[in-house]
Write a protein that binds this ligand. Structure first.
Ligand SMILES: Nc1nc2c(ncn2[C@@H]2O[C@H](COP(=O)(O)OP(=O)(O)OP(=O)(O)O)[C@@H](O)[C@H]2O)c(=O)[nH]1
Ligand SMILES: [Zn+2]
Length: 360
């Protein structure tokens, strides 16, 4: 079975490409679409013209089924029409981003599928952290997606060439690195090759690194349009409004989900999700997303220590464990440190906070 050209053109705006093949059991009545949101008991798909809610076929709900075989964000699926329509077939994936599920050590959790490139954003400011970069790389390298390192805030860095050279030195040779000013359309044009028709990219990186700014510059719209709403979700940390799939003027699309943005590997995140979830919950209430719980104003951890809500011994053992994990520093970080790049990583927190919150 073949899809009509107009259907293919429509689907290209949600990332459909030649890499997607229809299985033999595809029928003419099937409606092809892409999964853009996964809910607890349903999915939202986009067919290139509109988005709508669908349900998975019963076989996807069987408990014996490996969760990896269930439809996931990014999947191209064939729907059986109905009210609501039903996902009958998940088309073969050409890339699979997954991570260890929090708490359950040996479970894999799908983050997204059929992603062509992962733009890993890291700021050339206080955000610069080679260790985090290495963890992102580890996660992406087994996925089938291309990893593209995007160093943002290049306009704010004086010694760019030296820094770039050192970054390139420690990265595997197949990793592309671009330094950009996320606010400048001419500067981010170097990323267009990853964003053409039929291509899907995701943008990951820590809060404040410039994900929204880059997205808006690519879209050619004012920051206002997506940033007007400062959403305080329960974690009180994220300022980005939820949009799952963004069709870009370059022809391709961005998948942008909270789960994607928070792409995390193992390490202290697991620690926080598990036995120290209470401490993590406290830290989420700190005024600043990257609070070090030392002298920052509005620190919920220190407040809890002072009020007795948090046991100082528990806090101490958490810190000890966290430090141990951090001590397993990657060779990448060690190498960069030797080159004196630690200076960049340790740049005054104050500067970062100013950049992030000063103008708001
Ligand atoms: N000078 C300069 N500023 C930038 C650049 N990229 C981002 N910024 C600024 O950094 C701040 C944070 O950028 P955002 O785009 O909101 O960061 P984000 O990654 O979307 O943050 P979250 O929504 O919290 O995840 C804003 O004030 C931007 O204007 C850059 O390349 N150069
Ligand atoms: Zn704090």
């Amino acid at each position: 079975m073949q899809l009509p050209p107009e259907t293919l053109a429509r689907l290209a705006t949600v990332g459909w490409s030649d890499a997607i093949t229809l299985p033999e059991d595809a029928r003419a009545e099937h409606v092809p679409a892409r999964v853009i949101i996964q809910h607890r008991n349903g999915y939202v798909v986009h067919d290139g013209a509109q988005e709508f809610t669908v349900q998975p076929a019963a076989r996807f709900l069987r408990r014996s089924l490996d969760p990896v075989e269930r439809p996931a964000v990014g999947d191209f699926v064939l729907l059986k029409p109905g009210k609501p329509a039903t996902i009958e077939i998940v088309l073969p994936r050409h890339a699979t981003l997954s991570r260890a599920a929090a708490g359950e050590r040996y479970q894999r959790q799908l983050i997204a599928t059929n992603v062509d490139s992962v733009l890993v954003l890291m700021g050339l400011d206080g955000d610069f952290n080679p260790r985090r970069l290495e963890r992102y790389l580890a996660l992406i390298q087994s996925s089938g997606a291309q990893c593209v390192v995007v160093l943002t805030k290049a306009d704010q860095h004086e010694d760019l060439d030296a820094l770039l050279e050192d970054v390139l030195d420690v990265l595997p040779p197949d990793i592309v690195v671009h330094a950009v000013n996320a606010k400048d359309p001419a500067s981010v044009a170097v990323l267009h090759p990853y964003l053409g028709p039929g291509r899907t990219a995701v943008v990951v990186g820590s809060s404040g690194v410039g994900k929204s700014t880059l997205t808006n510059t690519l879209l050619g719209v004012e920051r206002q349009a997506t940033k007007a709403v400062r959403e305080h979700d329960s974690r009180g940390r994220h300022t980005t409004t939820f949009r799952a799939l963004i069709a870009l003027p370059q022809g391709g699309c961005l998948i942008d989900t909270p789960g994607m943005r928070e792409l995390k590997l193992t390490g202290e995140e697991d620690l926080e999700a598990g036995q120290f979830a209470d401490i993590d919950a406290l830290a989420m209430q700190c005024r600043f997303g990257d609070c070090a719980h030392q002298t920052e104003p509005g620190c919920a951890v220190r407040a809890a220590l002072e009020s007795g809500e948090l046991d100082p011994e528990r806090w101490a053992s958490y810190q000890k464990l966290r430090d141990e994990l951090q001590a397993q520093a990657s060779s990448l970080e060690a190498q960069l440190k030797r080159k004196g790049e630690a200076k960049v990583a340790n740049k005054a927190l104050g500067k970062r906070l100013n950049e992030k919150y000063g103008q708001r």
